[in-house]
Design a binder for this molecule. Structure first.
Ligand SMILES: *Cc1c(COP(=O)(O)O)cnc(C)c1O
Length: 374
């Protein structure tokens, strides 16, 4: 039995993942390792496949947002170290300890609750410092003092890393970024005074790592750029490293017709043909994450741009064609065809959002194919 019947798919080019890792590897110092960020199913690219490729390309760690994401990597047989960024309930930390998944912590109460748990194996943790992101993490010297005090009395907990996250590393104005670096350095100096054992430090996301590679301590947390997308317009323009997008999104014409002047297309009859026109139908819609706000965006057919006409339906989208094409003709919604390319950035711009969201919004219903076509 075939697994797929509908000709709509995302093609994930794992060679591009390897290429992007090589580009950052060449830019950061040899002492700095790479943590490949594969949260949210690898930004929609497939966490297991991307994770394996990243590890084979020189990444040493994987990082995810949720414990369940870490467990699904373990289930797939990935034995590399994994860091969970998010908060995990103390009740569940025994699972992380069992599976050798490193957790993030930033509350003294959390540590105290963990100390009351039965753990067969030591729990590895990284401490999060909030140097200006305002999301999670300890913020002051007093908090650091208090948490280190509890840490000293936590025999089942092994502190192996400390990190922070930048709020504006991808922007032109680096005021806050520089402040965050200073706060991190200050806390680090204090901490080293209190704690004799060596721990790993990491601060940089894709933007910080590619722009300021010499300030990256022991690891970088490499996310969006690994997928071949620039973190922002500023970083795209600066082009500190060369990137190849890994994801492309395709469908095929499943219906082609000629309509006459005045004919209307789709729900609400919002589109009226101005003259005799060719209209094609592709089997992708908002249930695939190809959302209604994309009405009017252009897709590629035979290397030429064709607009989406009428409302996008749950499972189908109509496009205006310049001529008749055979059923089965490939339509590229994100990616290259011939000389032209529709990028995730083009889609993000149309939606008034960022490429990160475009990668994540393509729903699970769209199969991810690795280097093969439908
Ligand atoms: C998502 C995330 C990253 C990766 O950021 P990119 O901008 O995608 O490189 C790094 N660190 C943390 C804590 C994150 O949540």
């Amino acid at each position: 039995m075939k697994a797929l019947y509908r000709p709509t798919w995302a093609n994930i080019n794992l060679e591009a993942i390897g290429y992007n890792i090589n580009q950052i590897r060449k830019r950061i110092p040899a002492k700095t390792g790479i943590m490949a960020v594969v949260k949210a199913d690898g930004y929609g690219h497939g966490a297991v496949e991307v994770g394996r490729k990243a590890l084979a390309s020189g990444a040493e760690w994987l990082a995810v947002a949720l414990l369940e994401e870490a467990l699904s990597l373990r289930k797939a047989g990935i034995n590399a170290p994994i860091l969970v960024f998010g908060w995990v309930s103390p009740e569940d930390v025994h699972i992380a300890a069992q599976e050798q998944v490193t957790l993030t912590f930033f509350q003294k109460e959390w540590l105290e609750a963990v100390n009351k748990q039965e753990l067969d194996k030591p729990l590895q943790v990284h401490m999060k410092w909030d140097t200006g992101m305002g999301r999670v993490g300890i913020r002051s010297a007093d908090e650091l003092d208090a948490i280190v005090e509890v840490l000293r009395q936590s025999p089942k907990v092994s502190l192996t890393g400390i990190y922070t996250h930048f709020a504006t590393a991808d922007e032109a104005d680096l005021t806050l970024f520089n402040e965050q670096q200073e706060r991190f350095q200050t806390l680090k100096s204090m901490f080293e005074f209190m704690w004799p054992d060596r721990v790993n430090y990491h601060t940089g996301n894709s933007a910080a790592a590619s722009r300021f590679p010499d300030h990256m301590y022991d690891y970088i947390r490499f996310g969006i750029a690994m997928y071949g997308l620039y973190p922002s317009a500023v970083t795209k323009k600066e082009h500190p490293i060369d990137l190849k997008p890994a994801l492309s999104l395709h469908s095929r014409l499943t219906h082609v017709k000629e309509v006459y002047k005045g004919a209307t297309i789709s729900y609400g009859a919002t589109y009226h043909a101005n003259s005799t026109e060719w209209v094609g139908t592709i089997p992708i819609g908002y249930a695939d994450g190809w959302i209604r706000k994309l009405q009017g965006v252009e897709v590629l057919v035979e290397g030429k741009r064709m607009p989406v006409v009428g409302r996008i339906c749950m499972d189908r989208t109509m496009i205006k064609l310049d001529q008749s094409y055979p059923i089965g003709t490939r339509v590229t919604l994100i990616g290259c065809q011939g000389e032209d390319e529709v990028t995730a950035d083009d889609i993000a711009e149309k939606l008034d959002t960022i490429n990160y969201e475009v990668a994540c919004m393509i729903s699970e219903r769209v199969p991810r194919l690795y280097g093969v076509d439908f």
